[in-house]
Ligand binder design. Structure first.
Ligand code: ATP
Ligand code: MG
Length: 614
């Protein structure tokens, strides 16, 4: 009888037999940069941030030198290590620009009537945080002008343009096929969001064999560990060693970016002297960008939300200038000095205000406390207290989260390493250092915290197996059937098989539990029986769950992430035939292989996390 399993769940037949674990450090095939037969002559990392993006790279011939492009924004008189994560797409989608070029085109080169037709996307990485159901086919992003485009188009343009920028600058030395690309993602992201980035990179012309995904705080810690090895790290007074690179040292790395605070606990393993991850990543949407949102709310409260919304819709380019000005000024704010911040507003705002009866000076003068805001001609003057107030909520959210996390964590954490652009904020540094005084040492590794991630991602690409242990963010399992037991199985899951044998369907056979540690390269094995003597294939549905303990695949917060179908052409052996499933945890991926022991037929899958995507 032909078994069309894979088409319908009801035609999936398997039964649980055995569960064994092996620990193997055998390297799986896949991208790596350290063997003599390594086809890559360059490791290039793309740090795709919420607010800023950039790349760094090293050549296989000399891995200790890591290069970055220090010339972003040269065309607009800037010289920066990163470029804004801004994508501009023409109305017919034939042209796309990224970073400063996108901003320049939007602000300076488009005709006024074109401004509302072109699609400008900013802060769009946050969408993958907020969205519960991400799907490469259906998830859309709304541009500033209200037009929606598939999110994957926008993400892939961004990755492609960064990739092309690097390849263009290195065209004398490398071919596209010789580069191993490392793409950074927040470790707190869902599996779906991480896979979405992988697929976007493929669409951007980076095949799966040439890409690695690095988690942002993990990458940052690798860079700091490297720095500790190269130069002794001490506190500013030179009295305390800030070297976290010692056996058994446990530390937290918090990547404080534009969109997210992304936190991991790591420990230097006493035997391997390599870092290992001790607990599931934690964090939330508390990035430096939230301060800009507070500023936006302040203007809404002073000048009226309706009027400000009207202005933003009518003059997105002028609104953009205001935020850009704020972005520069917010970085100069002192934690203590009473120096007001002055922001010049563009002419478009002034003419909008006069045609909409907005009395700017009067609105500012009514703000409490009196004198905190004043308006003169084309400038708003904001007192330093009000400016500091804009940071308060975000800094408190980060600090409270860290406090709760550290005080409830059973590991003996001795360092807190703050990286990411927002960690450069003196106000934040002061607040966190003060809160953790006497409890642990707070480290801010450099002047440009944002670069730790991208440089560390290169270090990761040079040795992708460096993290010897990770912690599962979800519970994973395979759906199977088992002999029906009326005491423990729900009656509605009872199914009758050959010879009247009663089985319970939809049983969740756990591969790994949420929060469980897994070693780099570890392989877990499960074995399943055929349940019909003449079945000629077996489908193994792989599930993920947010719950720690899962019994059945139809429980809440549990969903299917892949179907693995293996052919079983040899029918001799009937229901004694077995399929062995090998689940391999390597780097940031879980791959699954099913082997029909009778025929040696195999099927492999890297879990794709999207049910209907191919
Ligand atoms: N000196 C500073 N003072 C205050 N905020 C700062 C300072 N320097 C950078 N920031 C803020 O840090 C954020 C950018 O950090 P970073 O470049 O690490 O973010 P990202 O990588 O774009 O975002 P994410 O990692 O969350 O995706 C911005 O919100 C920026 O305003
Ligand atoms: Mg970042």
């Amino acid at each position: 009888m032909m078994d069309m399993s894979g088409l319908f769940l009801s035609s999936v037949y398997r039964s649980w037999v055995d569960n064994e674990r092996t620990q193997s450090f055998k390297e799986e095939a896949g991208p790596k940069a350290e063997t003599p037969e390594n086809p890559f002559c360059m490791v290039a990392a793309i740090d795709f941030g919420t607010t800023f993006s950039g790349y760094a790279y090293s050549f296989t011939s000399n891995e200790s030198d890591i290069y970055i492009n220090a010339n972003w924004g040269a065309s607009v008189g800037q010289q920066l290590y990163r470029t804004p994560t801004t994508v501009l797409i023409s109305p017919d989608q034939s042209e796309a620009y990224f970073g400063f070029e996108a901003q320049q085109k939007f602000l300076e080169e488009l005709e006024p009537e074109e401004v509302s037709e072109w699609c400008l996307f900013e802060r769009f990485k946050m969408k993958l945080n907020a969205e519960l159901e991400i799907n490469p086919r259906t998830t859309m992003l709304q541009a500033d002008n209200g037009t929606s485009l598939p999110a994957q188009v926008v993400f892939s343009h961004a990755i492609r343009l960064l990739k092309e920028h690097l390849l263009e600058s290195q065209k004398q030395s490398v071919l596209a096929t010789e580069v191993l690309w490392v793409i950074t993602v927040p470790s707190v992201w869902s599996d779906q969001a991480k896979e979405f980035m992988r697929l976007s990179a493929i669409k951007a012309g980076i095949p799966r064999e040439q890409q690695l995904i690095a988690y942002e705080p993990e990458a940052a810690s690798l860079y700091y560990l490297k720095q500790c090895k190269q130069t002794p790290q001490r506190n500013p007074a030179g009295t305390v060693s800030l070297d976290i690179n010692k056996p058994g040292v446990t530390f937290i790395v918090a990547d404080l970016g534009g969109g997210t605070a992304d936190i991991t606990v790591q420990q230097i393993d006493r035997t391997t002297l390599k870092p290992k991850i001790l607990s599931r990543p934690t964090g939330g949407p508390w990035g430096g960008d939230a301060v800009n949102v507070e500023f936006e709310k302040l203007l809404d409260s002073v000048f009226g939300k309706e009027k400000m919304d009207g202005f933003r819709a009518l003059h997105p380019d002028h609104w953009h200038r205001i935020i850009r000005e704020f972005e520069i000024k917010k970085r100069t704010l002192s934690p203590v000095k009473q120096v007001p911040t002055r922001l010049v507003f563009p002419a478009g705002f002034l003419s909008y205000a006069s045609s909409h009866q907005m009395s700017l000076a009067e609105s500012c003068s009514m703000y409490e406390p009196k004198g905190a805001l004043t308006w003169s001609i084309d400038k708003i003057r904001i007192s330093s207290d009000v400016m500091r107030g804009l940071f308060e909520r975000t800094i408190k959210a980060i600090s409270d989260h860290l406090w709760e996390f550290i005080t409830t964590n059973e590991n003996n954490i001795s360092f807190l390493v703050l990286v990411g652009g927002f960690s450069d904020c003196p106000l934040l540094q002061e607040a966190i250092t003060e809160r953790f005084k006497g409890r642990l040492k707070v480290i801010t590794p450099g002047n440009d915290g944002g670069l730790c991630v991208v440089k560390g991602a290169v270090v990761y690409g040079q040795n992708p197996a460096i993290f010897k242990q990770r912690v599962a963010g979800y519970t994973y399992g395979i759906e199977c059937v088992e002999p029906f037991d009326k005491n423990s199985h729900p009656i509605e899951l009872k199914e009758v098989y050959e010879g009247g044998v009663e089985k319970c369907a939809r049983v969740f056979k756990t591969i790994i539990k949420k929060d469980e540690s897994v070693k780099e390269g570890e392989v877990r094995k499960l074995r399943f029986h055929a349940v019909r003597s003449r079945q000629n294939s077996m489908t193994l549905p792989v599930y993920a769950s947010e719950k720690k303990d899962v019994k059945f695949t139809n429980e809440e917060k549990t969903w299917k992430i892949a179907d693995l179908e293996v052919r079983m052409p040899i029918q001799k052996g009937g229901t004694k035939r077995q399929v062995e499933v090998l689940i391999n945890f390597s780097r940031t991926t879980i791959s699954v292989r099913a082997l029909d022991l009778a025929s040696n037929n195999t099927t492999e899958a890297t879990l794709n996390f999207f049910n209907d995507y191919s």
